[in-house]
Design a protein around this ligand. Structure first.
Ligand code: SME
Length: 161
């Protein structure tokens, strides 16, 4: 399969829409959720600028467990009452954090991370896990990034389950 993906948009909304189209095409017809997470993490890493970590934590029914990602090696298990990821999973709501140092309980997997966007991945009524994006740039993620990432996850959640 060709994976010569190119992303040309400069506005976040358009960029996320391009990434969404590419992700939907990548996961189409593939039933393995972990393989699909791996490709989507790689795609987001390529498409979205200024990231130092992009990937998934999977919900095992009790806590979050490290899934496919791009970036530095990360902490493996995150209880739902810990960290930005745990908050997103527990609340079922995106966490957009402009300054991770100001977030109580933030887990610093990579000391370079300054801002973070965590989107719950929900297929039907089942929590599959979270998409976690980290940036070394403070305030990196805009409302448009949040909306784009949420739309992308909603579009392909079943393929990640
Ligand atoms: N910072 C996250 C932990 C995961 S790493 O960023 C990859 C958190 O506070 O949940």
């Amino acid at each position: 399969m060709s994976t010569a993906l190119t992303f040309t948009a400069t506005e976040p909304a358009e960029l996320w829409a391009e990434a969404g189209d590419a992700a939907a095409a990548l996961v189409a017809g593939e039933p393995d959720g972990i393989a699909n997470m791996a490709n989507v993490a790689a795609l987001i890493w390529q498409a979205i600028p200024d990231l130092n970590w992009a990937g998934f934590y999977r919900f095992d029914g009790q806590e979050l467990v490290l899934g496919p990602f791009q970036g530095k090696a990360a902490c493996i298990r995150i209880p739902l009452d810990k960290g930005v990821c745990g908050a997103a999973a527990r609340l079922g709501a995106t966490q957009r954090v402009d300054d991770v140092h100001a977030f109580p309980g933030h887990i610093a997997c990579d000391a370079d991370s300054r801002s973070e966007l965590v989107v719950p991945v929900i297929a039907g009524d089942r929590l599959v896990g979270v998409l976690d994006l980290d940036s070394p740039v403070p305030g990196r993620f805009s409302a448009a990034d949040q909306a784009g990432a949420e739309a992308l996850m909603a579009r392909i959640a079943e393929a990640l389950a």
